[in-house]
Structure formats: structure tokens, C-alpha cells
Design a protein around this ligand. Structure first.
Ligand SMILES: [Fe+2]
Length: 408
């Protein structure tokens, strides 16, 4: 029984370690086939290797090599085999033991401690948030999904929150904000992932709802528009429903990079969006200059060059929040990101598990103040995998205010 408990403790820690490694690998600009093979190998490593080790496969293999009759081996070979086996056994026992202790520390000390810290994390003082939630499927009177196939089946599961959208309003108080921008509104959309499910009526309903809440001054779309080679055709009918007072900006994400980036960029431009890619642009908003920067890295290169970029208020659209350190170094005041989808499948109390980020679960969703950079990570509206639990799709409306105290 003690062996079994010990094995369980080690296995959980081992799974934690390799989940973090998977998250980090998924944050890198590898193409899908590479990631698929990696995922399969890691799944084998997590689910098959520990039980295999526990039933003593290693011992069996080593034991059988030693049990070969001595007369079939030369003296030299026998000596070598014995020495090698002794070293291998002691080394493998030492390494396995060290790895087992490391797994227990990660799984039963680091993981709970980080989970508690994450649960205790509060919204930065400079922010005030409110959310209302709408079940779009109920509003439409039907499930807005493809009529058949795997995605359609998942979309119809009762527990799936794919169509329950959070409309979040985030009031942010920022230092050095020009007085003219008091109350300036930014509609932030991310990760639409047009692929078929959710179907077009879901997105058009959400766009109409965003407009009925008031036409924003700016619109920022932080990438992952499409997830197929043909669904760029949805961009104009869906995003074409949006209106704005001053400017609309758009960048691409890793799924656009995998699919049809040029089609997506062309469609942004046809909709009169400023398709900023990995560049910066100075625009005049209510008579004041604003520098808007796009960061589509690490998938699209090169990283934005800000050498000649004037100082002033800097708004950055970055597909992944992983660019936060870059944003801090470059004096970005407000950074909008998506990509992580809140983890999509969240477990009660523990939260997200699989998050394609260099920082693993740290920036899965929400608002963070890192130095003087305020980062908002939107959960996105869609997702290639049509499953969401405890993780509603999200639209954010950010309202800017001038700071009056110890705030960002
Ligand atoms: Fe995405």
C-alpha cells in the first residue's frame, strides 16, 4: 500500500512537470505536425512510462541480460557487462530516486503553493471590472454549430460553455493619460477561430450585441481570426458588422500564421482596419497622439523595431501575453493580448492546466500590472477545440480614465 501511495505521489508530480513542459513547447513557433508528435510523446511519457517502470520493466531487462549463461560470453565481455550493469543500476536508481523526489516537490509543494497564490491574486488597484453573461444559443433559439461531425457533437454537450459569452467592462485608471481621453472606450476582441463551430450566427449575434452596447472609440483585434484554409471568407461578413468612432486595429495570431495570413491581412484592410503587423503607428485620437504597436511574435518576425518610435502613450496589441517582458522594456502603458483562452478547460479550484505559454498558467486570463505595463489577457471568443468548461468566451470593453492616486 505504501508503495502504491508513493507511486501516486510521484506520478502526480511527474504529470505536473510534463504539463508545464508541454505548455512551454506550445508557446514556441513550431508547426502543427511537430507539436502533434511532441504531444503524443509527452502523453506516452506521462501515462505509460511510470506504470511501466513501476512493474519493474527496467529490472526485468537488466536482470535478463545478467542471466545470460556465462559460457556464452567471453571473459572480457562478462567483466564489461558486470561493470556496466553495476554502474547502470546504481546510476539509474540514483537518477530515478532524485527524479522521484523532484516530482514530489513539484507536485505536492510547488503546484499547491502556486495554485493558492493564483487564487489569492486580485485585480490591480487601478482597475474596476464588471461582467454580464449571455447564453447566445438560448438567445438564438438553437445551437450555433455545424450540423454534423466531431465539433458539432462536442458543441451539443450540456456541460459545454462554448456559447455562453462574458461581456466584460474594464475601467482602467492610467497615469499620464491625456485629459481628452477620459472615458475613451476600446472594444477588445480576440481569438475568433473561424472554423465552422461556433457557426456564423453566433459571431454576428455577438458583434451586434457589442454595437448595441455603444459604438466604441477604438477597436483592437488581437489575432487568431481563422482556423481553416477557407474561413477567411467569414472575416468581412462578421467583423464588417463593427463600427467605431476613431480607429480599428488588427493583428494576426499563430493560427492565422498556420493558415491564410495574407488573406486575413487583406480583409482587415478592406474593412478599413489598421493592419499593423509587427509595426508601430502614430495616430491622433481626440487631438492627442497615441502610438499603437503590433506584436505578432514569435510566429511572425521580426520583432517590432521601436528605435525611431516617439515617446508618448503606447498601446500594444500582442497575440500572446508572453511578450509582456518586451512590453515592459519598451515602456508600453497598455498591452492587450489573447492566445491562452483561459486554458479552455478549467478545473474547479485548480483553474487552468493546459495553457500554451512560456509562463505556463500565469497569464491564462485576466488583468495584470507588471511594472508600469497594464496587461489584459482576453479569453477569446472561439477556439479550435470546441470545448470550454468554467471558461466562458469573452469580449472586453476597456474604458480609460486618468489616474488620481497610487495607480498604474
Ligand atoms: Fe487562439
Amino acid at each position: 500500500l505504501i508503495d502504491l501511495i508513493l507511486f501516486g505521489l510521484v506520478w502526480f508530480g511527474h504529470a505536473c512537470i510534463w504539463t508545464v513542459i508541454t505548455n512551454i513547447l506550445y508557446s514556441r513557433p513550431y508547426h502543427k505536425p511537430t507539436l502533434k508528435i511532441t504531444r503524443l510523446m509527452i502523453a506516452i511519457l506521462i501515462f505509460i512510462i511510470p506504470p511501466a517502470l513501476s512493474v519493474g520493466i527496467v529490472d526485468y531487462l537488466i536482470g535478463s541480460s545478467l542471466s545470460t549463461p556465462p559460457e556464452t560470453r567471453s571473459l572480457l565481455c562478462l567483466k564489461f557487462s558486470e561493470i556496466f550493469s553495476t554502474i547502470f543500476l546504481s546510476m539509474s536508481h540514483f537518477l530515478l530516486g532524485a527524479y522521484a523526489i523532484f516530482s514530489i516537490i513539484i507536485g505536492w509543494i510547488c503546484f499547491p503553493w502556486l495554485t493558492i497564490q493564483r487564487r489569492r491574486r486580485k485585480l490591480p488597484e487601478c482597475c474596476l471590472e464588471s461582467t454580464y453573461t449571455i447564453d447566445v444559443a438560448k438567445e438564438l433559439g438553437y445551437i450555433p454549430a455545424e450540423s454534423e461531425g466531431k465539433r458539432a457533437r462536442y458543441a451539443r454537450y450540456r456541460w459545454n460553455e462554448l456559447f455562453i459569452v462574458d461581456f466584460t467592462t474594464l475601467h482602467v485608471h492610467l497615469k499620464d493619460l491625456p485629459p481628452a481621453w477620459e472615458g475613451l472606450s476600446i472594444l477588445h476582441l480576440s481569438d475568433l477561430h473561424f472554423i465552422g463551430t461556433p457557426s456564423k450566427p453566433f459571431y454576428t449575434w455577438v458583434m451586434d450585441r457589442c454595437m448595441s452596447d455603444g459604438v466604441p472609440d477604438l477597436i483592437c483585434v488581437t489575432g487568431d481570426l481563422v482556423d481553416s484554409m477557407t474561413h477567411h471568407r467569414w472575416i468581412i461578413p462578421i467583423l464588417g458588422k463593427l463600427r467605431w468612432n476613431d480607429f480599428a486595429f488588427g493583428i494576426l495570431g499563430n493560427h492565422d500564421w498556420e493558415r491564410t495570413p495574407d488573406h486575413c491581412r487583406r480583409r482587415y484592410r478592406r474593412l478599413k482596419f489598421h493592419e499593423i503587423g509587427n509595426r508601430w503607428e502614430q495616430v491622433i485620437v481626440r487631438g492627442e497622439p497615441m502610438i499603437v504597436i503590433g506584436h505578432e511574435g514569435p510566429w511572425f518576425r521580426p520583432t517590432p523595431d521601436l528605435q525611431d518610435c516617439p515617446s508618448g502613450f503606447r498601446l500594444c496589441l500582442s497575440h500572446t501575453p508572453d511578450n509582456i517582458r518586451w512590453a515592459q522594456r519598451n515602456q508600453i502603458q497598455l498591452m492587450l493580448a489573447g492566445h491562452n483562452h483561459g486554458g479552455q478547460i478549467r478545473i474547479p479550484f485548480f483553474g487552468s492546466m493546459f495553457v500554451p505559454s512560456w509562463y505556463s498558467r500565469r497569464y491564462d486570463q485576466g488583468t495584470f500590472l507588471e511594472g508600469s505595463t497594464l496587461l489584459h489577457v482576453n479569453r477569446g471568443l472561439g477556439g479550435k477545440a470546441p470545448i470550454r468548461t468554467l471558461c466562458h468566451p469573452q469580449v472586453t470593453r476597456i474604458i480609460l480614465h486618468r489616474a488620481s492616486g497610487a495607480v498604474a
